[in-house]
Design a protein around this ligand. Structure first.
Ligand SMILES: Nc1ncnc2c1ncn2[C@@H]1O[C@H](COP(=O)(O)OP(=O)(O)O)[C@@H](O)[C@H]1O
Ligand SMILES: [Mg+2]
Length: 209
């Protein structure tokens, strides 16, 4: 049975698809059989991204498929080592179903309180519904400075949740990479690739730990 990692969020645009693609790309590079399940039916951005990737002939190829529900994605998970769920644009009734189906739930968030408050609230809702908090982790994205990151980390930990050891800085090159069908771990700039690699590694460490 596949290990299932889901990326969900309360707000739109914090980086679910960005992180889901990066994890999938690194898993595929390491020879794992990985399925990236795009549950954002309305936008299907990871499907579109993969179309660009295929047209550009970027290796490794990644198996991306659209599913209406987590259950439908889980139904094919047996054939894979890793199922990566790229969650819908915003939290919905489906978010709890996704969390129940997952070994690890990663919620990307910006570092502002405007982003962190609703993100923590979603984790509270999930734990109240019976999801163990050990299965939930925040991923800080779009951060600008170390001080900002430290404050955000403290806020989330104070609320009772853990934060991935690595974060992503806000950089146009990360957008450009994804515009071209690349993952952020394939960005043009070595320092940015390393930062993205470290973030993916921090997710892998959580899965293994
Ligand atoms: N660290 C970053 N720096 C710059 N742009 C980013 C970063 N992370 C994500 N983005 C961009 O922000 C937008 C939203 O990210 P996305 O992963 O699609 O969010 P979500 O799937 O949560 O809606 C995309 O255009 C993406 O390329
Ligand atoms: Mg998305």
């Amino acid at each position: 049975m596949a290990v299932t990692v889901a990326f969900v969020s309360q707000k739109g645009g914090p980086g679910k698809s960005t992180l889901a693609r990066a994890l999938s790309r690194e898993a595929a590079t390491n020879g794992l059989r990985v399925k990236l399940a795009d549950l954002d039916l309305q936008q299907g951005t990871s499907l579109e991204w993969n179309r660009t990737r295929l047209q550009a002939g970027i290796e490794p190829s990644i198996s991306v498929e659209s599913f209406p529900t987590a259950a439908k994605a889980l139904a094919v998970a047996g054939e894979y080592d890793l199922l990566v769920i790229d969650g819908p644009a915003r939290a919905s009734a489906g978010t709890l179903e996704i969390a129940r189906a997952s070994d690890l739930v990663v919620q990307p968030s910006g570092a502002a309180l405007d982003d962190l408050r609703p993100a923590v609230k979603l984790f509270h809702e999930l734990t109240r519904a019976g999801i163990p908090s050990e299965r939930l982790v925040m991923a800080l994205n779009h951060v600008a400075t170390e001080a900002e990151e430290a404050d955000a980390r403290a806020y989330v930990e104070q609320a009772g949740y853990s934060v991935l050891a690595s974060s992503l800085v806000e950089r146009p090159l990360y957008r450009q990479a994804q515009n071209a069908g690349l993952a952020v771990t394939e960005a043009k700039h070595a320092r940015l690739r390393e930062r993205a690699d470290a973030l993916v590694q921090s997710i892998v460490n959580r899965i293994e730990g």
